[in-house]
Design a protein around this ligand. Structure first.
Ligand SMILES: NC(=O)c1ccc[n+]([C@@H]2O[C@H](COP(=O)([O-])OP(=O)(O)OC[C@H]3O[C@@H](n4cnc5c(N)ncnc54)[C@H](OP(=O)(O)O)[C@@H]3O)[C@@H](O)[C@H]2O)c1
Length: 254
């Protein structure tokens, strides 16, 4: 494969794995991270890896990356950076949504002008974002997604209710991570429809439960296995699916 790939959160875990694999396949990988020093061993191996600093929660940092990309076309964009914070309160909810939803989607919007026909966008999601286990009143906020404003309104309401201590009564789970990924999945469907006229493939992909710092050492999957699930979505042919949620190349329910 040739072209340019951009990966967020590329300094460790699944982001580093996907960056490595894409570079090994011949792509020029812009490995972004808050501290992109982890790119050095890949560069030393002779892989075409370009380290760039990026904090997905910082609009100025995103703007600097966009400027660094310049006029180049982006063939693969893997929005991978995320947090899974300990505890549950309004601060945890706000910080989780800022990274896993607002940051993860802002980078796609910022780079959308650089995508072209056949480009693949992968929003790294999770089974935790599946709507199945949630009450209908909450599912209905995300499925089907109406527009970006309705997703944002749902997230604002979640945060306000956590702050007020009323979220559980309204049916929201006590998990910021779960809601952040449910919202990311809903956004993926909207972005896929928006970018479809330009022939751009936008999918959510779940790596499964993986032994990373986030997943912990008790997880059943290796980074290699989890990475393969993401790589599938990042290397789809131009006539591949768009607007779906996949694990190991198989569709999973929203
Ligand atoms: N591991 C699992 O079992 C599992 C399961 C389902 C889904 N996922 C998803 O897979 C993706 C990768 O997770 P992982 O398991 O590889 O976790 P990880 O090892 O904890 O890596 C998370 C990555 O996100 C980066 N990050 C966090 N906040 C950031 C920010 N504001 N700006 C830029 N980068 C930021 C981290 O960078 P720093 O080093 O700077 O913190 C790190 O590179 C995530 O989207 C996660 O939700 C993981």
């Amino acid at each position: 494969m040739s072209g340019i790939a951009i990966v967020t959160g590329g300094n460790r875990g699944l982001g580093l794995e996907v960056s490595t694999r894409l570079a090994e396949r011949g792509l020029h990988v812009i490995l972004t991270a808050r501290d992109p020093a982890a790119a050095a061993p890949l560069v030393a191996r002779g892989l075409a890896v370009e380290p760039r600093a990026l904090d997905v929660t910082d609009p100025a940092s995103i703007a600097r990356l966009v400027a660094d990309v310049g006029e180049r076309t982006v063939d693969v964009l893997v929005s991978n950076a995320a947090v899974s914070l300990d505890g549950f309160d309004a601060d945890v909810v706000a910080r989780t949504l800022a990274t896993n939803y607002t940051g993860a989607t802002a980078i796609v919007d910022a780079l959308a002008p650089r995508l072209t026909r056949g480009s693949r966008v992968v929003l790294v999601s999770s089974a935790m974002g599946e709507l199945g286990g949630l009450p209908k009143a909450i599912r209905d906020r995300f499925d089907p997604p109406r527009d970006r404003a309705s997703i944002r309104a749902a997230l604002d309401e979640f945060l306000a209710q956590v702050r007020a201590g009323t979220h559980a009564k309204a049916g929201w789970p006590s998990s910021a991570y779960r809601i952040s990924k449910a919202a990311l999945n809903a956004w993926t469907r909207l972005a896929a429809a928006e970018l479809a006229p330009r022939g751009i493939l936008v999918n959510a992909a779940c790596p499964g439960w993986v032994r990373t710092r986030m997943g912990g050492q008790g997880a059943p999957r290796s980074i290699d296995e989890g990475g393969a699930s993401l790589l599938w979505a990042a290397t789809l042919p131009p006539d591949g699916p768009t607007g779906g949620f996949f694990r190991d190349g198989a569709r999973v329910a929203w």
